[in-house]
Design a binder for this molecule. Structure first.
Ligand code: SIN
Length: 490
């Protein structure tokens, strides 16, 4: 079913200390097709013992790796970047098959993930400290940036390549070594990526990948949380898991980067360019079938443009092609699993029961291709009483809330514990600055729906977490600041 031009990319063992190994207890984890839930491959189902071996390897590799000149680390990252692009088609097929992302988007994800590797290869050579003006004669005050040490990266299933790339690349650029656990639904992409890193010449122990089932994941992660050699945890996923990691990391005071849940508002003001707003919503809401942390979850449309906007949006959404992810025509693939599609159906049923109206979609589709397809949906008359206004739906559903007043919509947009991304469309420059500053999120798209880029700081505020990925700030998160004070110079 999964045919690759380079079959060695399909790995099924852990990568620990440069060796491909089975889990210590020999257990296996089935990798399933998200459309049908049928197994098509299997990988190691690791436990705490495997996690400790990975941490041993990363700790042993750290001194030599952190002392390698930045230029050498950069060259290895550049080689890795080139290999990722050389294998773009195979990697995209792996992503599509294990995650259900339409092939065209999966190719885009390979480019997107690779862009972080290239960016951090370049940033590695620009790590700079400071020489501070001395307050006392005869003393020099110097500030150095040093790698934090071993990093544990725990990555989600929705971007199986880009999320692990944007954690491992800055870690390696800074001089850290890594233990990583990809999501149980999508381990194959992470293994393929680390195989390419090995081919690029990344030394043994610098990247270690341990795969595990949902049942064994707590054992693996807790082993790293308890290990004082692991100095940083970087995680993308749900807010409850992020809070657990923060609590458990406290015992050894690890540095943390947490990219957690969203619940993004998308606001269309009455002075917006409506066609641009529809384009922006299509790009941000329906990317990856709506399974994206920065996806708009609540769409607020001004009363004066509401009906025109809904009509244009519904036409575009109704025309989206739903189908198996590896078919070229697919624009919306299957949802990741039964839990995901059940949640979408529950949100839509709850909204309809509380007065929302389905304009298009609103049901499961293509049951002959598998049970996990859901029709791209537009709902109107959404209200804050509905489940989908407080919880991320993580699916192709755009609920429209009508509003009349700027202050009211800002209050509603901010009325959530989350603060990852927000979007708004307006052509009034004064309003643009006012609203951009009033929105309580880490990222704001202004007349733009596609905001993620390797050069930009990605991350949230409030219960969407802390730390930034990408940009120069993304490298800082993997380093600490050391101050040297040298006397007897006068
Ligand atoms: C995410 O959904 O967590 C990441 C999305 C992105 O990088 O755009």
């Amino acid at each position: 079913m999964l045919k690759l031009s380079e079959p060695t990319l399909l790995r099924s063992q852990n990568l620990i200390d440069g060796q491909w190994r089975d889990a210590g207890l020999g257990a296996r984890l089935a990798v399933t097709d998200p459309a049908t839930a049928e197994a098509f491959a299997n990988v190691a189902d690791s436990d705490a013992g495997d996690a400790r071996l990975a941490a041993d390897a990363a700790a042993a590799a750290f001194p030599a790796w952190s002392r390698r000149p930045a230029r050498e680390r950069a060259q290895l990252l550049k080689r890795w970047h080139a290999l990722i692009l050389d294998h773009q088609e195979d990697l995209a097929r792996i992503i599509s098959t294990e995650q259900g992302k339409p092939l065209k988007e999966a190719r885009g994800e390979v480019q997107y993930g690779a862009s972080y590797v290239e960016w951090f290869a370049e940033e590695a050579t620009r790590i700079c400290g400071d020489i501070v003006a001395e307050a006392v004669p005869g003393r020099k005050l110097l500030v150095l940036k040093e790698p934090v040490g071993v990093v544990a990266a725990i990555t989600p299933w929705n971007f199986p390549l880009a999320m692990i790339a944007r954690k491992i690349a800055p870690a390696l650029a800074a001089g850290c070594t890594v233990v990583a656990k990809p999501a149980e639904d999508t381990p194959l992409t992470a293994l393929a990526l680390s195989w390419l890193a090995q081919l690029a010449g990344v030394p043994a122990g610098v990247i270690n990948i341990v795969t595990a089932s949902r049942e064994h994941t707590p054992g693996v992660v807790d082993a790293w949380l308890a290990d004082s050699r692991v100095r940083k945890v970087t995680f993308t996923g749900s807010t409850p898991v992020g809070k657990h990691l923060a609590r458990e990391s406290a015992a050894t005071l690890k540095k943390l980067s947490l990219e957690l849940g969203g619940n993004a508002p998308f606001i269309v003001f009455d002075d917006a360019d409506l066609d641009a707003a529809v384009d922006g919503l299509m790009a941000s809401k329906f990317r990856n079938g709506g399974q994206t942390c920065v996806c708009p979850n609540r769409v607020y449309v001004h009363d004066a443009v509401h009906d025109a906007f809904v009509e244009r949006l519904a036409q575009r959404v109704g025309a989206l092609h739903v189908g198996p992810a590896t078919e070229d025509a697919a624009q919306i693939g299957p949802m990741i699993n039964a839990r995901a599609v059940d949640k979408i159906a529950r949100h839509v049923e709850d909204a309809v029961a509380r007065g929302a109206r389905v304009v298009t979609g609103g049901k499961r589709v293509r049951s002959a291709d598998g049970p996990h397809y859901y029709a791209p949906t537009v709902l109107v008359d959404a209200t804050p009483a509905m489940e989908l206004s407080c919880e991320e739906t993580f699916g192709p559903v755009a609920p429209i809330f009508r509003f009349r007043d700027e202050a009211e919509v800002i209050r509603d947009a901010n009325d959530t514990p989350f603060g990852l991304a927000a979007y708004f469309y307006s052509s009034d420059i004064r309003r643009i600055w006012r609203v951009a500053q009033a929105l309580e999120t880490g990222m704001v798209g202004i007349n733009e729906g596609a905001i993620a880029a390797e050069a930009a700081p990605f991350g949230g505020v409030k219960e969407s977490g802390y730390g930034r990925e990408g940009s120069r700030h993304g490298l800082d998160d993997y380093m600490h600041t050391k101050y040297l004070c040298q006397g007897l110079l006068g």
